[in-house]
Design a protein around this ligand. Structure first.
Ligand code: UDP
Ligand code: MG
Length: 139
């Protein structure tokens, strides 16, 4: 079944600020089920691989530094129309543009340190989940 999985990371800024619990509460409150969850710390190389699609963008090097600067929490989530529903919950990339009550509006500190990742398509959700977790068939 496609369309029911998304992948997220609570990014280093939100984790180090102690906002993981509040963010997970919002995620569950919005009807997502946590299927897999892992606290880890990315190396710069692994962050670079995860964000490879952005490697020509001017912010890529800074993004890789930032994403490897501290622990993150990676999660696979399920809900109907998970990708779109989750993008709505997290808000726009730039917290200054994020709608009131979204996770980024509440917790992000900058366009880079924007608290949380959300997959942008069903295909990328599968790829990103597989990047961190190997038990995909259970979801
Ligand atoms: N980012 C940044 N500067 C920008 C755009 C993006 O530092 O001008 C960072 C930010 O952390 C963002 C990530 O790069 O979440 C990936 O960018 P994307 O455009 O995929 O945004 P997202 O899908 O996370 O909203
Ligand atoms: Mg993206």
């Amino acid at each position: 079944m496609t369309g029911h999985i998304t992948f997220t990371m609570i990014k280093p800024d939100a984790f180090s600020a102690g906002n993981s619990g509040a963010i997970i509460k919002m995620i569950e409150g919005a009807g997502f089920r946590i299927q897999a969850m892992k606290k880890t710390k990315l190396s710069k190389e692994v962050a670079g691989k995860f964000y490879e699609i952005h490697k020509e963008r001017p912010f890529y090097q800074d993004l890789c530094e930032y994403m490897s600067s501290g622990p993150i929490i990676a999660m696979v989530l399920t809900k109907e129309l998970a990708v779109d529903s989750f993008r709505e919950l997290i808000g726009a990339t730039d917290p200054a543009q994020a709608a009131p009550g979204t996770i980024r509006q509440l917790f992000a500190t900058s366009i880079e340190a924007n608290a949380i990742h959300g997959s942008d398509s069903d295909e990328n959700a599968q790829i990103e989940a597989g990047f961190f977790f190997s038990e995909l068939e259970r979801y």
